[in-house]
Design a protein around this ligand. Structure first.
Ligand code: PGA
Length: 256
């Protein structure tokens, strides 16, 4: 029952793909295919595609997200982009703490927390990514690890701000590997995330939280994953680069 009251969000994470010209083509293809969705549709695009994406999505039901944000407001941080810059451009969402950023760009739970708070302060909605590696899953520490990632990421986030937070459970071993978590594995960890948020903010806040699954979600497996009671949406990499596949996932969320 709770699920019906939560916002289902299907977000594409384009990663480092698509030039601005290509982004325009992809959005032209996608927008008409998802116009009747009754879930929230988001495209998290490279920084260089944000302007074209915002122009293309204006007046449509597709929302635009960035893939990273710096935590300082402004200053001598060559190459970085602040939350105010994104918000001023018209960006609504931002992916924070993706495992690729943790792995290749030295992102830590502490910087994830700083970025999430900076995003929220600027009025952006962070999609905070958490998830275990294969070794951690095999060691049986998935739940403990994800609980810790969630707790640290939300440190200093107010109950009011939590309403703008999305948490994405993305097992590292499932990202870009074609190896999806089973629907039961996704459900188990998404439920654990909701539980820890309930401990921190109370049951009502936990019931209202959108928790996504991400990791090789595609047109074939989305319906089963999205049918689970605690899986409210998806963060989709590879399959978000093909408009028709992404549209099938949006459709699955609409039904799930
Ligand atoms: P994938 O990526 O769907 O290509 O596995 C998901 C993600 O990294 O968000």
């Amino acid at each position: 029952m709770d699920k019906q009251n939560r916002k289902a969000i299907i977000a594409g994470n384009w990663k480092m793909n698509k030039t601005p010209t290509e982004a325009g083509f992809l959005l032209d293809d996608l927008i008409p295919q998802v116009e009747y969705a009754n879930c929230e549709v988001v495209c998290c695009v490279p920084a260089t595609d944000l302007a074209v994406a915002i122009a293309k999505c204006a007046g449509t039901n597709v929302h635009v997200g960035a893939q990273n944000v710096h935590f300082e407001k402004a200053g001598a941080y060559t190459g970085e982009i602040s939350a105010d810059m994104l918000a001023d451009l018209g960006v609504e969402y931002v992916v924070v703490g993706h495992s690729e950023r943790r792995q290749y760009f030295a992102e830590t739970d502490e910087t994830v927390n700083k970025r999430a708070k900076a995003a929220l302060a600027a009025g952006l909605k962070p999609i905070i990514c958490v998830g275990e590696s294969l070794a951690q899953r095999e060691q049986g520490v998935t739940e403990e690890l994800v609980r810790m990632q969630v707790k640290i990421a939300l440190g200093g986030v107010s109950a009011e701000q939590l309403k703008n937070v999305v948490i994405a459970y993305e097992p590292v071993w499932a990202i870009g590997t074609g190896r999806t978590a089973t629907a039961d594995q996704a459900q188990e960890v998404c439920a654990a995330i909701r539980k820890v948020v309930g401990e921190l903010y109370g049951e009502d806040a936990a019931r209202g939280l959108t928790v996504q699954y991400g990791g090789s979600m595609n047109a074939e497996n989305a319906a089963e994953l999205l049918a689970k009671p605690d899986v409210d949406g998806g963060l989709i990499g590879g399959a978000s680069l093909k408009a028709d596949q992404f549209a099938v996932i949006v459709d699955a969320a609409t039904k799930g």
